[in-house]
Design a protein around this ligand. Structure first.
Ligand code: DCP
Ligand code: CA
Ligand code: CA
Length: 366
């Protein structure tokens, strides 16, 4: 049976999350920045939306330079809020996990997945699943992503890359060779700047040239293992498996409040389902947590958090609720603006079997 491997990557992820949160940004160049704190302007661009990219801005560019490139265009310059993107990312990964056979997250905004078993190697079926995934993310998060399908990880990754933004590339096994032949070798998954300049030195520019290269010459330059991978990737015969993601490291929920408030009880009231959800996740995965974090996104869209860490892992719904209330009390005393969105996260997960739950421990002996 032919393998069906997919790769999904969210488009201009941090900047797109910001656009969703604040629709007035749409159409304007948006740059999401990490400030180093040395001077008010020092730091780099974490990512930029496509409007800003068209004007020459890219990830890693100094903020000062990016602003110069965007002069006269009414750009939005936004401070990176990692917390916020993590929460969106984990929601999407959880949804994906339900829709594919095996999910291997490889970064905050991307994952490989395997659909071989559920499609029986039928690429028309796989296309339908990929379309359903794209629709689901668009409906629930209003985010676009790009997906590639093919018989190997290298092909799937090339596919998601080349259809950006909001694309879907399906490379049927039969068209693998034609798909690969004219692509630049530098685009292959696993080929970084260093390998790509070595390939260039060898006069290898396209994937086809790589596929036809002298194996012993490649081995001399790249070693046995990597040269074998390169040849396999170039012919679409790399056999790397999709490996299910590691154990969850956190569970979180975030909601937009019906009205802005600074009242901890009111905020928590609307997050009550989130408490239930997190507790459910802990129970179903037999996990306990050590750290609980209250997340507040304020009306100026900045993020504030308060955490508490327990000595031993706990998993009781009542502990989650009580801690959440205490943390939100503390958080709302600390902020100058109203809360617009609130979230809760538990992390520092441990297997529940390994310890006595705190409530059991506290329960009076009978
Ligand atoms: N990122 C970062 N610094 C970089 C590259 C990326 O902080 N040098 C962050 C911001 C991105 C996120 O990681 O939004 C995902 O990285 P990608 O390389 O997938 O880039 P984008 O999602 O921003 O854009 P694309 O539409 O090209 O995928
Ligand atoms: Ca991306
Ligand atoms: Ca990515």
């Amino acid at each position: 049976m032919e393998r069906v491997i997919g790769h999904i990557d969210l488009d201009y992820f941090y900047a797109q999350v910001e656009e969703v949160e604040n629709p007035s940004l749409k159409g304007r160049p948006v740059i999401v920045c990490v400030y180093s704190g040395r001077t008010t302007e020092s730091g780099v661009v974490s990512t930029a939306n496509y409007e800003a990219r068209k004007l020459g801005v890219h990830s890693g560019m100094p903020i000062v330079l990016a602003k110069r490139k965007l002069e006269g265009t009414d750009p939005a310059v936004i401070k990176m809020e990692h917390e916020k993107y993590e929460v969106v990312s984990s929601r999407i990964m959880e949804d994906l996990e339900q829709r594919v056979d095996i999910l291997e997250p490889t970064g905050i905004d991307e994952a490989f997945f395997d659909l071989t078993a559920s499609t029986g190697g039928d690429y028309a079926k796989a296309r339908k699943t990929a379309e359903a995934i794209k629709r689901s993310i668009l409906q629930s998060e209003r985010l676009t992503c790009s997906v590639g399908l093919g018989r190997s990880k290298a092909i799937a990754k090339l596919g998601s890359d080349m259809s950006k933004p909001d694309g879907l590339t399906v490379v049927n096994p039969e068209s693998t060779k034609a798909f690969l032949s004219q692509l630049p070798a530098a685009k292959l998954y696993g080929v970084g700047p260093k390998s790509s300049s070595t390939l260039e030195e060898m006069g290898i520019k396209t994937v086809e040239e790589l596929a036809n290269a002298d194996p012993s010459e490649l081995e001399k330059r790249f070693g046995k293992k990597f040269s074998a991978y390169l040849l396999a990737a170039a012919t679409g015969t790399d056999t790397d498996l999709v490996v299910a993601g590691l154990e969850p490291t956190q569970f979180s929920r975030i909601v937009t409040l019906k009205r802005d408030t600074r009242d901890a009880r009111e905020a928590l009231g609307q997050l009550y389902e989130g408490v239930e959800y997190i507790h459910g996740k802990l129970v179903s995965s037999s996990k306990s947590f050590r750290t609980i974090t209250a997340i507040g996104i304020l009306t100026d869209l900045s993020t504030k958090t308060k955490s508490k860490t327990f000595e031993t892992p706990v998993n009781d719904a009542s502990i989650i609720r009580d801690s959440a209330l205490a943390l939100f009390d503390e958080l709302s005393r600390d902020v100058e603006k109203d809360l617009r969105r609130v979230g809760l996260r538990v992390s520092g997960l441990a297997d529940t079997e390994d310890q006595t739950s705190l409530s059991e421990f506290l329960r009076p002996a009978r």
